[in-house]
Design a protein around this ligand. Structure first.
Ligand code: ADP
Ligand code: MG
Length: 617
C-alpha cells in the first residue's frame, strides 16, 4: 500500500487538474484562445480547426502580441497581465483574468505559440508537449499572436474518450465563434475546417463600441452570423437605468422556437447561459409566448463590473448579480416596450403591390433599411404558397392608430414616413361570416382575414383591463352567492389570497374546509365561467406564492385569466351585431397579434395566394 503522506503535487499535475475544470472539449480551448485575442485588441481573427478541433485548433490574431520575456510566463499557472490585486477581481473588464487557461491547455496538448509586438524585430516561438520543458526561440513573425493546439487530451485518455464526433465538436466550436462574433462586430472572423473555408465575416465597425452596439451595426452582424431567416423582423431594444443597460435585437411574437438555443445572451460582452438573464427576458415576453416556446434574442446586458461576480463558475457561463431582481425588471421592461411599439400582426404584402424602391430584398445590405423585410420562407406562419422568393413587408398593423398613445405608433427604427401605407381600417373590412362558430372571416379588396374569435376578444379585453383597472377592480356583487367546492388545502389558499383577489373584483367567503362562496365578480365576467375562473385563479396563486415576489407576473396572469373567462368562447354562435361590436372595440386596441396566453389571433390570405391555389396567377 502507498504511504499516505501529504506531498505538494508537481506543476504539470496541478495544471491537468485545472484543465479538467475549464477545458472540457475543443470549443473550451477555442473560447480561451479567442478571449485572449479579443483582450489583446485584435481586429481580425483567423481560426483553423481539424476534426472539430480534436486534432488541431489554431487561432491567429493581429492583436498587441506579447513581450519576449512574457512568453514563457504565459504558459505558467496564475500568470496573467490582467489582474494585479484581489480587489481587481471585482472589477474585471477583460475576458480572462485567472491566468490559468494557457497553462491548462498546454498541459494537455501539443502546444505552440508564436507572438510579436510591433516594436520587436522578431517574434518569439514557444513549443511544448504537455507543458513540460518548453523550448523557446526567435523566429520572424507578423505582429500579433498565433496559438496552435494539437492532439488535445493526448495525455488524458479518460477525457479523450468523452469527446463527441468531429461533427458535434465542430458544431460546438462554430456556436462559440458565432457568440464571439455577435458581441464583437469590430472584429473580422474567418474559420476553416479541415482546410475548407466555412466562415468569412468581415468586421462591421472599426472600433469596439464603448456604449451599446449601434442598431445598424448589430443588425448587420446578426445577419452575417445567424442563420435565422426571421432576423429581419427583430426589434431593437435599448433600455437603461442605474442598474445597467440592456440592448439588443429580439424577435416579435410569431417567430419563436421550441428551444432556448436562439437566445444569445451576453453580460458585459461575455456569452452567458445565465438563468437570471434568461428569466428576465422571458418575463418581457410574458403573455406572448405559448408554453415551451422561446424567443430569438441577441441581448446584451452591461453594468458596472463590480455589480456582477463572474468568478462563480469555471467557464464563467453563470454569474451572480448584486441586483438580480432589478436587472430582470430592466430586461423585461425593455422587451415589453419593444414589443408594444411594434404592432406586429403581420400583414404580408406581395411586392407587386408596392413600388420596388420601397421593397429592398432580404440581404445583408438591406439590413440597414428601415423597413422590416423578410423573405417568403421566413414567414413560417405566413400562408403564402409562392415558390419563388418574394419580399414582403411586415406592415405595422395599427388598430385605431389615431387613438394610439403618442410615441407608441411605430417602432423606433421604422420612420413613420417610410412605413408602408397599410394601416388596417376596420371599417373597410366586410364581415363575411363565421366558420365552425369559431373563426370570423373578413375581407377587403385584396385580402381575406381570418380571426380566432376567442383569442381576438380575449386580447381586446386584456388590453382594456390593462388600460382601465376599474374594469376589474369594481366588483359586481352577486344576488345569490355562488358556491364552489374545493379541497381543504385549496380553501386555505383562497383564504390566504382573499384580499389580493378582491382587488381584482373577485370576492368570496370561506366555507372552512369545504369550498368558497363567491359573492362578487368583475363586471365583464360571464356567469357560466365562475367555476373555471376560480379554479384558474387558484392555479395562478399556487404558481406564484407571495414569498417568491413576482407580483407583476401574477398580475398579468390574473388579468389574462379574467380576459379569458370574459371572452366569447370558440363554438359560440355570435350575432352579426356582436361581431360588429367586437370590430368597434378592436379599433381602440393597439396590440392584438396574440391572445394574452400567446396564441395566434389572425391569419391573412392574400388574393394572389388564393388565386395561386387555382392556377389563376
Ligand atoms: P488570462 O487570460 O486569464 O490572463 P491566459 O492563460 O489565458 O490567462 O493568458 C495568460 C497571459 O498571456 C494573458 O494575461 C496575456 O498577457 C497573454 N496572452 C495570452 N494570449 C494572448 C494573445 N493572443 N495576445 C496577447 N497576449 C496574450
Ligand atoms: Mg485568457
Amino acid at each position: 500500500m502507498r504511504e499516505s503522506r501529504i506531498l505538494l503535487l508537481a506543476d504539470p499535475v496541478i495544471d491537468k487538474i485545472a484543465a479538467g475544470e475549464v477545458i472540457e472539449r475543443p470549443s473550451s480551448v477555442l473560447k480561451e484562445l479567442l478571449e485572449n485575442a479579443i483582450d489583446a485588441g485584435a481586429t481580425s481573427l483567423r481560426i483553423e480547426l481539424e476534426e472539430g478541433g480534436r486534432k488541431k485548433i489554431l487561432v491567429t490574431d493581429d492583436g498587441s502580441g506579447m513581450h519576449a520575456e512574457d512568453v514563457p510566463l504565459a504558459v505558467k499557472r496564475h500568470a496573467t497581465s490582467k489582474l494585479r490585486t484581489s480587489e481587481d477581481l471585482f472589477c474585471i473588464s477583460s475576458m480572462g483574468f485567472r491566468g490559468e487557461a494557457l497553462a491548462s491547455i498546454a498541459s494537455i496538448s501539443h502546444f505552440s505559440l508564436l507572438s510579436r509586438r510591433v516594436e520587436a524585430q522578431e517574434g518569439i516561438k514557444l513549443e511544448t508537449v504537455g507543458n513540460e520543458n518548453p523550448s523557446i526561440y526567435t523566429r520572424p513573425a507578423p505582429v500579433g499572436t498565433t496559438i496552435q493546439v494539437q492532439d488535445l487530451f493526448f495525455n488524458v485518455p479518460v477525457r479523450e474518450k468523452f469527446l463527441k464526433s468531429a461533427q458535434v465538436e465542430y458544431a460546438s466550436c462554430f456556436e462559440l465563434v458565432q457568440s464571439q462574433a455577435l458581441s464583437n462586430p469590430h472584429i473580422s472572423f474567418t474559420l476553416f475546417h479541415n482546410g475548407k473555408e466555412k466562415i468569412s465575416w468581415p468586421r462591421i465597425s472599426s472600433e469596439p463600441e464603448t456604449g451599446p452596439i449601434a442598431e445598424s451595426t448589430l443588425r448587420k452582424r446578426v445577419q452575417q452570423v445567424l442563420t435565422s431567416q426571421e432576423a429581419g423582423s427583430f426589434l431593437y431594444v435599448h433600455e437603461e437605468n442605474q442598474y445597467g443597460c440592456f440592448f439588443g435585437l429580439v424577435s416579435p411574437p410569431g417567430v419563436e422556437k421550441a428551444t432556448q438555443k436562439n437566445m444569445w445572451t451576453f453580460v458585459n460582452s461575455r456569452w452567458v447561459k445565465d438563468k437570471t438573464i434568461r428569466y428576465g427576458m422571458l418575463r418581457g415576453y410574458h403573455s406572448h409566448l405559448l408554453k415551451g416556446q422561446y424567443p430569438q434574442v441577441v441581448g446584451f446586458f452591461t453594468c458596472e463590473p463590480s455589480l456582477v461576480d463572474v468568478n462563480v463558475h469555471p467557464t464563467k457561463a453563470e454569474l451572480r448579480f448584486q441586483y438580480a431582481a432589478e436587472v430582470q425588471s430592466l430586461l423585461a421592461t425593455g422587451i415589453r416596450k419593444a414589443l408594444r411599439s411594434a404592432h406586429w400582426a403581420e400583414e404580408p404584402q406581395a411586392v407587386s403591390h408596392t413600388p420596388a424602391s420601397h421593397m429592398p430584398s432580404f440581404s445583408a445590405s438591406s439590413m440597414q433599411q428601415t423597413s422590416r423585410n423578410v423573405s417568403v420562407d421566413a414567414l413560417e406562419t405566413s400562408s403564402f404558397g409562392a415558390k419563388e422568393t418574394r419580399s414582403f413587408t411586415f406592415a405595422p398593423l395599427r388598430m385605431g392608430a389615431s387613438k394610439a398613445p403618442a410615441g407608441m405608433s411605430a417602432p423606433s427604427f421604422l420612420p413613420v414616413k417610410e412605413a408602408p401605407a397599410s394601416i388596417l381600417d376596420w371599417d373597410q373590412f366586410l364581415f363575411q361570416g363565421s366558420w365552425f362558430d369559431c373563426y370570423l372571416i373578413f375581407s377587403d379588396e385584396t385580402r381575406v382575414l381570418m380571426i380566432d374569435q376567442h383569442a381576438f376578444h380575449e386580447r381586446i379585453l386584456y388590453e382594456k383591463y390593462l388600460q382601465d383597472p376599474t374594469l376589474y377592480s369594481l366588483c359586481q356583487p352577486l344576488l345569490i352567492p355562488h358556491l364552489i367546492a374545493f379541497s381543504p388545502e385549496e380553501v386555505a389558499l383562497f383564504a390566504e389570497n382573499q384580499a389580493q383577489l378582491a382587488s381584482y373584483g373577485c370576492t368570496y367567503g370561506i366555507l372552512e374546509g369545504k369550498g368558497i362562496e363567491v359573492t362578487g365578480v368583475p363586471p365583464l365576467l360571464r356567469r357560466q365561467q365562475f367555476d373555471t375562473l376560480f379554479a384558474s385563479l387558484l392555479q395562478e396563486v399556487r404558481n406564484h406564492p407571495h414569498e417568491s415576489g413576482m407580483p407583476a407576473t401574477l398580475h398579468h396572469q390574473v388579468l389574462a385569466t379574467l380576459a379569458c373567462h370574459s371572452a366569447v368562447r370558440a363554438g359560440e354562435k355570435l350575432e352579426e351585431s356582436h361581431v360588429h361590436r367586437l370590430k368597434q372595440e378592436a379599433q381602440g386596441v393597439d396590440f392584438v397579434h396574440n391572445c394574452p396566453h400567446g396564441r395566434r389571433v389572425f391569419k391573412w390570405f392574400n388574393r394572389s395566394e388564393v388565386e395561386g391555389w387555382f392556377d389563376r396567377t
